[in-house]
Design a protein around this ligand. Structure first.
Ligand code: PGA
Length: 250
């Protein structure tokens, strides 16, 4: 993993947007793996700004999101489908039928994961996957303990994940209990991965990520085995790692 240290959220967002813009400018029909959550919002804002100012075109781009809640309608403002329209798709020139999110009718919809895998394969695989990391180390919604060989499918959300995401819902009971998520092996097939880490809440997990061996209790640790991962982390996220003796900085 290559680590790029930045000052703050804004710098992380800008740099991540520049990496995506370069990807799209180099390969007009890029397949981008996208993420939701608080972390990538600033990056999406920079992409929109660049679209307005420089007209970078997304006409041939295909996007595949990491995950989606089960049980929320696409028009529910808390759904990731809605999030993506609101934060990116409605503001750039990507055709709607080239933007994909996994979706499952119910927690028993086993076909849904297989279909998403086939879809990813049919578009030639993901060129660049953007990732965030959960405070518990999850990537996508692959919670600690998930097999590294997992493929896209239905997952049960950890209590800590539901609590972390409760801020977007009126009450805890409204936070879905399950989601459909790209699997860990699916994510690992992406040709290039960019992991964004910002804020003091992510400092403990970022420290663990760099200090511990690859193991299934820390899903993001598998990224150490990928040949092309760039971690962009800000000072708050790096605060514990940097104070540790023997860290990557010593
Ligand atoms: P966040 O979520 O960007 O809202 O912190 C990241 C994640 O849970 O993967």
């Amino acid at each position: 993993m290559k680590l790029i240290e930045v000052q703050n959220y804004d710098e992380m967002s800008k740099l991540a947007s520049e990496i995506i813009i370069e990807q799209v400018q180099t390969k007009a029909n890029s397949v981008l793996g996208l993420a939701t959550g608080g972390t990538p919002i600033g990056m999406y804002q920079y992409l929109m700004k660049d679209f307005t100012q420089n007209k970078t075109s997304y006409e041939q781009v295909i996007t595949l999101n990491l995950d989606e809640y089960i049980g929320l309608d696409k028009n529910n403002p808390q759904s990731y489908s809605y999030f993506m329209k609101e934060h990116l798709f409605n503001h750039i020139n990507i055709p709607e039928n080239q933007t994909y999110l996994p979706s499952a009718k119910s927690v028993h919809d086993e076909e849904a994961g297989r279909n998403y895998e086939k879809l990813i394969e049919s578009v030639g695989g993901i060129d660049m996957q953007i990732l965030g990391i959960g405070e518990n180390g999850h990537i996508g919604f692959n919670e600690p303990g998930t097999s590294f060989s997992s493929t896209t499918g239905i997952v049960k959300l950890a209590d800590s994940t539901r609590e972390a995401n409760a801020r977007y819902f009126t009450k805890m009971e409204d936070v879905p209990t399950h989601a459909i998520s790209m699997g860990i092996s699916t994510i690992m097939k992406s040709r290039q991965i960019v992991l964004l880490v910002s804020g003091v809440k992510k400092a403990p997990i970022l420290n663990q990520l760099f200090q511990t061996d690859v193991n299934e209790n820390l899903p993001a640790s598998i990224l150490k085995k990928h040949p092309d991962v760039t971690v962009i982390a800000d000072q708050e996220a790096l605060s514990i790692l940097k104070e540790k003796k023997g860290s990557v900085f010593s």
